[in-house]
Design a protein around this ligand. Structure first.
Ligand SMILES: NC(=O)c1ccc[n+]([C@@H]2O[C@H](COP(=O)([O-])OP(=O)(O)OC[C@H]3O[C@@H](n4cnc5c(N)ncnc54)[C@H](O)[C@@H]3O)[C@@H](O)[C@H]2O)c1
Ligand SMILES: [Zn+2]
Ligand SMILES: [Zn+2]
Length: 346
Protein backbone atom coordinates (compact mmCIF):
# COMPACT_ATOMS: atom_id res chain seq x y z
CA UNK A 1 0.00 0.00 0.00
CA UNK A 2 0.98 3.67 -0.24
CA UNK A 3 1.55 5.90 2.78
CA UNK A 4 2.93 9.29 3.86
CA UNK A 5 6.16 8.48 5.70
CA UNK A 6 8.30 10.64 8.02
CA UNK A 7 12.06 10.40 7.44
CA UNK A 8 13.44 12.81 10.03
CA UNK A 9 13.10 16.60 10.34
CA UNK A 10 11.93 18.24 7.12
CA UNK A 11 11.71 14.91 5.23
CA UNK A 12 8.53 13.17 4.18
CA UNK A 13 7.62 10.97 1.21
CA UNK A 14 4.65 9.17 -0.36
CA UNK A 15 5.91 5.63 -0.71
CA UNK A 16 5.17 1.92 -0.74
CA UNK A 17 4.81 0.27 2.72
CA UNK A 18 3.70 -3.23 3.76
CA UNK A 19 -0.03 -3.55 4.49
CA UNK A 20 -0.77 -3.56 8.24
CA UNK A 21 -1.90 -6.88 9.74
CA UNK A 22 -3.74 -7.86 12.92
CA UNK A 23 -1.19 -8.15 15.73
CA UNK A 24 -3.45 -8.41 18.78
CA UNK A 25 -6.97 -9.85 19.10
CA UNK A 26 -8.28 -6.36 19.92
CA UNK A 27 -6.96 -4.79 16.66
CA UNK A 28 -8.90 -3.74 13.59
CA UNK A 29 -7.57 -2.90 10.13
CA UNK A 30 -9.34 0.12 8.61
CA UNK A 31 -9.27 1.25 4.97
CA UNK A 32 -8.98 5.05 4.94
CA UNK A 33 -11.81 6.90 3.19
CA UNK A 34 -10.92 10.38 4.42
CA UNK A 35 -8.08 11.83 6.44
CA UNK A 36 -6.51 15.23 7.09
CA UNK A 37 -3.33 16.92 8.32
CA UNK A 38 -2.98 18.37 11.82
CA UNK A 39 -0.82 21.25 13.07
CA UNK A 40 0.83 18.57 15.19
CA UNK A 41 1.99 16.76 12.01
CA UNK A 42 3.81 19.98 11.08
CA UNK A 43 5.36 20.05 14.59
CA UNK A 44 6.57 16.46 13.95
CA UNK A 45 8.09 17.45 10.60
CA UNK A 46 9.97 20.26 12.31
CA UNK A 47 11.49 17.61 14.60
CA UNK A 48 9.61 18.86 17.69
CA UNK A 49 8.17 15.48 18.67
CA UNK A 50 11.02 13.16 19.70
CA UNK A 51 8.85 10.03 19.98
CA UNK A 52 8.27 9.98 16.20
CA UNK A 53 11.07 8.06 14.48
CA UNK A 54 12.29 7.62 10.90
CA UNK A 55 9.95 5.43 8.85
CA UNK A 56 6.76 6.29 10.76
CA UNK A 57 3.51 6.72 8.81
CA UNK A 58 1.97 9.99 10.02
CA UNK A 59 -1.67 10.94 10.71
CA UNK A 60 -4.09 10.58 13.64
CA UNK A 61 -7.40 11.64 12.08
CA UNK A 62 -9.80 9.97 9.67
CA UNK A 63 -12.89 8.06 8.67
CA UNK A 64 -12.76 4.66 7.02
CA UNK A 65 -14.22 1.20 6.47
CA UNK A 66 -13.35 -1.79 8.64
CA UNK A 67 -11.45 -4.29 6.52
CA UNK A 68 -10.71 -6.94 9.17
CA UNK A 69 -11.09 -7.36 12.95
CA UNK A 70 -9.24 -9.47 15.51
CA UNK A 71 -11.14 -12.12 17.50
CA UNK A 72 -11.41 -9.90 20.56
CA UNK A 73 -13.23 -7.04 18.80
CA UNK A 74 -16.95 -7.20 19.61
CA UNK A 75 -18.42 -3.85 18.48
CA UNK A 76 -17.27 -3.74 14.85
CA UNK A 77 -17.03 -6.03 11.85
CA UNK A 78 -15.86 -5.96 8.26
CA UNK A 79 -17.68 -3.33 6.22
CA UNK A 80 -18.57 -1.00 9.13
CA UNK A 81 -17.92 2.69 8.46
CA UNK A 82 -16.01 4.18 11.38
CA UNK A 83 -14.62 7.42 12.79
CA UNK A 84 -11.05 7.01 14.07
CA UNK A 85 -10.22 8.79 17.34
CA UNK A 86 -6.77 10.40 17.63
CA UNK A 87 -6.64 8.82 21.09
CA UNK A 88 -6.43 5.04 21.50
CA UNK A 89 -8.21 3.69 24.59
CA UNK A 90 -8.03 0.18 26.07
CA UNK A 91 -11.02 0.93 28.32
CA UNK A 92 -9.56 -1.16 31.15
CA UNK A 93 -6.59 0.63 32.72
CA UNK A 94 -6.82 3.09 35.65
CA UNK A 95 -6.64 6.16 33.36
CA UNK A 96 -9.36 4.83 31.02
CA UNK A 97 -11.58 3.99 34.02
CA UNK A 98 -11.30 7.66 35.03
CA UNK A 99 -12.26 8.77 31.51
CA UNK A 100 -8.72 10.05 30.97
CA UNK A 101 -8.10 8.12 27.75
CA UNK A 102 -5.21 10.40 26.80
CA UNK A 103 -3.17 8.69 29.51
CA UNK A 104 -4.26 5.12 28.70
CA UNK A 105 -1.50 2.77 29.86
CA UNK A 106 -1.37 1.03 26.46
CA UNK A 107 -2.82 3.75 24.24
CA UNK A 108 -3.26 7.51 24.42
CA UNK A 109 -1.87 9.47 21.48
CA UNK A 110 0.03 6.70 19.68
CA UNK A 111 -1.37 6.87 16.11
CA UNK A 112 1.08 8.58 13.78
CA UNK A 113 3.38 8.94 16.78
CA UNK A 114 4.69 5.67 18.23
CA UNK A 115 2.75 3.45 15.80
CA UNK A 116 1.84 3.96 12.13
CA UNK A 117 -1.01 6.39 11.47
CA UNK A 118 -3.89 7.23 9.18
CA UNK A 119 -2.23 9.01 6.23
CA UNK A 120 -2.16 5.72 4.32
CA UNK A 121 -4.44 3.41 2.39
CA UNK A 122 -4.82 1.16 5.46
CA UNK A 123 -4.20 1.59 9.19
CA UNK A 124 -4.08 -0.79 12.15
CA UNK A 125 -6.19 0.46 15.07
CA UNK A 126 -5.34 -1.13 18.45
CA UNK A 127 -8.18 -1.54 20.99
CA UNK A 128 -10.69 -1.00 18.20
CA UNK A 129 -13.74 -1.26 20.51
CA UNK A 130 -12.58 1.80 22.50
CA UNK A 131 -10.91 3.77 19.71
CA UNK A 132 -13.43 3.70 16.85
CA UNK A 133 -16.95 5.15 16.61
CA UNK A 134 -19.63 3.98 14.22
CA UNK A 135 -20.48 6.53 11.50
CA UNK A 136 -24.23 7.28 11.77
CA UNK A 137 -26.24 6.49 8.63
CA UNK A 138 -26.39 9.44 6.25
CA UNK A 139 -23.68 11.41 8.10
CA UNK A 140 -21.42 13.85 6.24
CA UNK A 141 -18.13 11.97 6.58
CA UNK A 142 -16.01 15.00 5.69
CA UNK A 143 -17.48 16.84 8.68
CA UNK A 144 -16.85 13.81 10.89
CA UNK A 145 -13.11 13.93 10.19
CA UNK A 146 -13.09 17.11 12.30
CA UNK A 147 -14.20 14.92 15.23
CA UNK A 148 -11.04 12.78 15.29
CA UNK A 149 -9.04 15.52 17.02
CA UNK A 150 -9.76 19.24 16.68
CA UNK A 151 -13.36 19.40 17.94
CA UNK A 152 -12.83 17.33 21.10
CA UNK A 153 -9.55 19.23 21.64
CA UNK A 154 -11.08 22.70 21.41
CA UNK A 155 -14.06 21.59 23.47
CA UNK A 156 -12.41 19.55 26.23
CA UNK A 157 -9.13 21.43 26.71
CA UNK A 158 -10.59 24.89 25.96
CA UNK A 159 -14.31 25.16 26.64
CA UNK A 160 -14.88 22.53 29.35
CA UNK A 161 -11.64 23.20 31.23
CA UNK A 162 -12.29 26.95 30.89
CA UNK A 163 -15.78 26.43 32.39
CA UNK A 164 -17.47 28.68 29.82
CA UNK A 165 -20.89 29.75 31.13
CA UNK A 166 -23.88 31.72 29.76
CA UNK A 167 -23.07 35.43 29.73
CA UNK A 168 -19.30 34.94 30.06
CA UNK A 169 -16.73 36.92 28.14
CA UNK A 170 -14.33 34.52 26.42
CA UNK A 171 -11.08 35.25 24.58
CA UNK A 172 -9.50 32.64 22.34
CA UNK A 173 -5.86 33.29 21.44
CA UNK A 174 -5.13 31.54 18.11
CA UNK A 175 -7.67 31.18 15.30
CA UNK A 176 -6.23 27.98 13.83
CA UNK A 177 -8.42 24.87 13.47
CA UNK A 178 -8.19 24.19 17.22
CA UNK A 179 -9.04 27.77 18.27
CA UNK A 180 -11.92 27.77 15.80
CA UNK A 181 -13.14 24.43 17.19
CA UNK A 182 -13.18 26.09 20.63
CA UNK A 183 -15.10 29.02 19.09
CA UNK A 184 -17.75 26.69 17.62
CA UNK A 185 -18.21 24.61 20.76
CA UNK A 186 -18.09 27.56 23.21
CA UNK A 187 -21.37 28.63 21.65
CA UNK A 188 -23.12 25.58 23.21
CA UNK A 189 -23.04 27.69 26.40
CA UNK A 190 -24.14 31.09 25.06
CA UNK A 191 -21.27 33.28 26.26
CA UNK A 192 -21.99 37.01 25.83
CA UNK A 193 -18.67 37.82 24.12
CA UNK A 194 -16.18 35.69 22.21
CA UNK A 195 -13.05 37.59 21.20
CA UNK A 196 -10.67 35.90 18.75
CA UNK A 197 -7.02 36.99 18.70
CA UNK A 198 -4.66 36.11 15.84
CA UNK A 199 -2.26 37.77 13.41
CA UNK A 200 -3.82 36.30 10.26
CA UNK A 201 -6.58 38.54 8.84
CA UNK A 202 -8.09 35.69 6.84
CA UNK A 203 -8.48 33.53 9.94
CA UNK A 204 -9.95 36.48 11.85
CA UNK A 205 -12.47 36.92 9.01
CA UNK A 206 -13.42 33.24 9.29
CA UNK A 207 -13.75 33.70 13.06
CA UNK A 208 -16.33 36.44 12.57
CA UNK A 209 -18.35 34.18 10.27
CA UNK A 210 -18.22 31.36 12.83
CA UNK A 211 -19.55 33.47 15.69
CA UNK A 212 -16.77 35.66 17.15
CA UNK A 213 -18.32 38.88 18.49
CA UNK A 214 -14.97 40.74 18.25
CA UNK A 215 -11.64 40.02 16.60
CA UNK A 216 -8.23 41.41 17.53
CA UNK A 217 -5.19 41.44 15.25
CA UNK A 218 -2.18 41.11 17.55
CA UNK A 219 0.49 41.78 14.91
CA UNK A 220 1.31 45.17 16.51
CA UNK A 221 1.93 43.56 19.93
CA UNK A 222 -1.05 45.42 21.43
CA UNK A 223 -3.48 42.50 21.80
CA UNK A 224 -3.70 42.90 25.59
CA UNK A 225 -4.57 46.62 25.47
CA UNK A 226 -7.17 45.96 22.76
CA UNK A 227 -8.88 43.17 24.72
CA UNK A 228 -8.87 45.30 27.89
CA UNK A 229 -10.46 48.18 25.95
CA UNK A 230 -13.13 45.84 24.53
CA UNK A 231 -14.00 44.61 28.03
CA UNK A 232 -14.14 48.03 29.76
CA UNK A 233 -10.70 47.30 31.33
CA UNK A 234 -12.18 44.30 33.19
CA UNK A 235 -10.64 41.46 31.21
CA UNK A 236 -12.29 38.17 30.28
CA UNK A 237 -13.84 35.38 32.33
CA UNK A 238 -12.17 32.71 30.20
CA UNK A 239 -8.90 32.97 28.26
CA UNK A 240 -8.20 29.99 25.99
CA UNK A 241 -4.61 29.59 24.77
CA UNK A 242 -4.64 27.81 21.37
CA UNK A 243 -1.19 28.60 19.94
CA UNK A 244 1.51 27.09 22.18
CA UNK A 245 4.15 29.83 22.60
CA UNK A 246 5.14 31.99 25.62
CA UNK A 247 3.82 35.22 24.04
CA UNK A 248 0.28 33.90 23.71
CA UNK A 249 0.18 32.35 27.19
CA UNK A 250 1.34 35.76 28.47
CA UNK A 251 -1.61 37.41 26.72
CA UNK A 252 -3.92 35.04 28.62
CA UNK A 253 -2.28 35.90 31.96
CA UNK A 254 -2.74 39.61 31.24
CA UNK A 255 -6.38 39.53 30.12
CA UNK A 256 -7.97 37.09 32.59
CA UNK A 257 -10.27 38.80 35.10
CA UNK A 258 -10.49 38.03 38.83
CA UNK A 259 -12.18 34.66 39.36
CA UNK A 260 -11.47 33.70 35.76
CA UNK A 261 -9.94 30.69 34.04
CA UNK A 262 -6.94 30.25 31.77
CA UNK A 263 -7.42 27.07 29.75
CA UNK A 264 -4.23 26.06 27.99
CA UNK A 265 -4.65 24.02 24.79
CA UNK A 266 -1.41 24.76 22.90
CA UNK A 267 1.49 22.31 22.83
CA UNK A 268 4.43 24.16 24.43
CA UNK A 269 8.07 23.46 23.62
CA UNK A 270 9.52 26.14 25.93
CA UNK A 271 8.87 27.10 29.53
CA UNK A 272 6.63 30.09 30.19
CA UNK A 273 7.00 32.56 33.08
CA UNK A 274 4.09 32.28 35.48
CA UNK A 275 3.03 35.77 36.63
CA UNK A 276 2.23 34.57 40.13
CA UNK A 277 3.00 38.01 41.61
CA UNK A 278 -0.17 39.24 39.89
CA UNK A 279 -2.31 36.11 39.71
CA UNK A 280 -1.89 34.86 43.31
CA UNK A 281 -4.64 37.16 44.60
CA UNK A 282 -6.94 36.98 41.57
CA UNK A 283 -8.70 33.66 42.29
CA UNK A 284 -7.63 32.44 38.86
CA UNK A 285 -7.60 28.80 37.73
CA UNK A 286 -5.07 27.56 35.18
CA UNK A 287 -5.72 24.22 33.50
CA UNK A 288 -3.80 22.00 31.08
CA UNK A 289 -5.00 18.92 29.23
CA UNK A 290 -4.16 16.44 26.53
CA UNK A 291 -7.41 15.78 24.68
CA UNK A 292 -9.15 12.67 26.03
CA UNK A 293 -11.81 12.42 23.27
CA UNK A 294 -14.22 11.47 26.03
CA UNK A 295 -16.81 13.88 24.55
CA UNK A 296 -16.67 12.38 21.04
CA UNK A 297 -20.01 10.51 21.36
CA UNK A 298 -21.75 13.75 22.43
CA UNK A 299 -20.05 15.82 19.70
CA UNK A 300 -20.98 13.17 17.12
CA UNK A 301 -24.65 13.73 17.98
CA UNK A 302 -24.36 17.51 17.61
CA UNK A 303 -22.67 17.14 14.21
CA UNK A 304 -25.19 14.56 13.00
CA UNK A 305 -28.09 16.81 14.02
CA UNK A 306 -26.52 19.82 12.29
CA UNK A 307 -26.25 21.81 15.53
CA UNK A 308 -22.48 21.85 15.07
CA UNK A 309 -21.21 22.38 11.49
CA UNK A 310 -17.49 21.67 11.34
CA UNK A 311 -17.45 21.23 7.55
CA UNK A 312 -16.98 25.01 7.47
CA UNK A 313 -13.39 24.43 8.60
CA UNK A 314 -12.48 22.54 5.40
CA UNK A 315 -10.86 24.88 2.88
CA UNK A 316 -9.09 22.48 0.48
CA UNK A 317 -9.61 18.96 -0.88
CA UNK A 318 -7.03 16.52 -2.27
CA UNK A 319 -6.90 12.85 -3.26
CA UNK A 320 -4.85 10.59 -0.99
CA UNK A 321 -2.19 10.20 -3.71
CA UNK A 322 -1.86 14.02 -3.73
CA UNK A 323 -1.09 14.22 0.00
CA UNK A 324 2.42 15.63 -0.60
CA UNK A 325 0.71 18.62 -2.27
CA UNK A 326 -1.81 18.77 0.60
CA UNK A 327 1.15 19.16 3.01
CA UNK A 328 2.58 22.00 0.90
CA UNK A 329 -0.76 23.81 1.05
CA UNK A 330 -1.33 23.21 4.78
CA UNK A 331 2.29 24.12 5.53
CA UNK A 332 1.71 27.54 3.91
CA UNK A 333 -1.64 28.12 5.62
CA UNK A 334 -1.53 31.93 5.69
CA UNK A 335 -0.60 32.30 2.02
CA UNK A 336 -2.96 29.53 0.87
CA UNK A 337 -5.78 30.66 3.21
CA UNK A 338 -5.90 27.08 4.48
CA UNK A 339 -7.65 25.75 7.59
CA UNK A 340 -8.31 22.01 7.34
CA UNK A 341 -7.37 20.11 4.17
CA UNK A 342 -9.56 17.11 3.41
CA UNK A 343 -7.66 14.17 1.92
CA UNK A 344 -9.84 11.58 0.18
CA UNK A 345 -9.05 7.89 -0.21
CA UNK A 346 -10.83 5.76 -2.78
N1 LIG B 1 -3.77 19.86 24.13
C1 LIG B 1 -4.03 19.02 23.13
O1 LIG B 1 -4.45 17.89 23.34
C2 LIG B 1 -3.83 19.46 21.71
C3 LIG B 1 -4.39 18.68 20.67
C4 LIG B 1 -4.25 19.13 19.34
C5 LIG B 1 -3.53 20.30 19.08
N2 LIG B 1 -2.98 21.00 20.13
C6 LIG B 1 -2.22 22.25 19.92
O2 LIG B 1 -3.12 23.33 19.79
C7 LIG B 1 -2.42 24.43 19.15
C8 LIG B 1 -3.28 25.00 18.03
O3 LIG B 1 -3.43 24.05 16.99
P1 LIG B 1 -3.82 24.50 15.50
O4 LIG B 1 -3.82 23.27 14.66
O5 LIG B 1 -5.03 25.36 15.54
O6 LIG B 1 -2.51 25.37 15.16
P2 LIG B 1 -2.24 26.50 14.06
O7 LIG B 1 -0.76 26.63 14.01
O8 LIG B 1 -2.99 26.21 12.80
O9 LIG B 1 -2.90 27.82 14.69
C9 LIG B 1 -2.23 28.68 15.54
C10 LIG B 1 -2.69 30.10 15.24
O10 LIG B 1 -2.02 30.97 16.14
C11 LIG B 1 -1.72 32.17 15.47
N3 LIG B 1 -0.62 32.85 16.17
C12 LIG B 1 0.70 32.53 16.16
N4 LIG B 1 1.38 33.38 16.93
C13 LIG B 1 0.49 34.26 17.45
C14 LIG B 1 0.59 35.40 18.31
N5 LIG B 1 1.77 35.79 18.81
N6 LIG B 1 -0.55 36.06 18.63
C15 LIG B 1 -1.74 35.67 18.13
N7 LIG B 1 -1.89 34.61 17.31
C16 LIG B 1 -0.80 33.92 16.98
C17 LIG B 1 -1.37 31.73 14.06
O11 LIG B 1 -1.55 32.79 13.12
C18 LIG B 1 -2.37 30.59 13.82
O12 LIG B 1 -3.56 31.02 13.19
C19 LIG B 1 -1.08 23.86 18.68
O13 LIG B 1 -0.09 24.17 19.63
C20 LIG B 1 -1.36 22.36 18.67
O14 LIG B 1 -0.18 21.59 18.73
C21 LIG B 1 -3.14 20.61 21.42
ZN1 LIG C 1 -3.89 16.56 15.90
ZN1 LIG D 1 -6.49 2.34 28.94
Amino acid sequence: MKALVYHGPGKRSWEEKPKPTIQEATDAIVKIAKTTICGTDLHILKGDVATVTDGRILGHEGVGVVEEVGQGVSSFRKGDRVLISCITSCGKCDACKKGMYSHCAKGGWILGNTIDGTQAELVRIPFADGSLYRVPAGADEAALVMLSDILPTGFECGVLNGQVKPGDSVAIVGAGPVGLAALLTAQFYSPAEIILIDMDENRLGVSRKLGATQVVNGTDGKAVAKVMALTGQKGVDVAIEAVGIPATFDICQDIVTAGGHIANVGVHGKSVALKLEKLWSHNVTITTRLVDTVTTPMLLKTVTSGKLQPRQLITHEFRLDEIMKAYDTFGNAAKEKALKVLVQGE
